[in-house]
Design a protein. Structure first.
Length: 97
């Protein structure tokens, strides 16, 4: 999916929106990167990784007989951009906005 497709059709997955936003930011000189997780913070993978015994199961394809698994792992993609004032990366989730 190219950034043009998102603009032309007006919709995309979270990955499509992240590609579009990171490309737009880079085009105007703002450092940006696409960031993602194969197991978004829902269902069996909810909460902090250090507190959730199911997190390691994500890398093996999900929890057996769980709500997520196989081809569906609740993956998600978002954008981080560089903030020169704060000298730090900032999170933005355009797909959820």
């Amino acid at each position: 999916l190219a950034p043009f497709d998102v603009v032309a059709y007006g919709y995309a997955s979270c990955t499509g929106w992240a590609k579009m936003l990171s490309s737009a930011l880079k085009a105007v000189g703002v450092p940006a990167r696409e960031v993602g997780s194969p197991c978004w913070n829902t269902a069996e993978f909810q909460g902090l990784a250090v507190d959730n015994p199911n997190v390691s199961a994500c890398w093996a394809g999900g929890v057996s007989n769980g709500l997520s698994g196989g081809k569906f792992l609740n993956d998600h993609t978002w954008v981080e951009y560089w903030d020169n004032v704060a000298q730090d990366w900032r999170f933005t989730d355009i797909a959820s906005s």
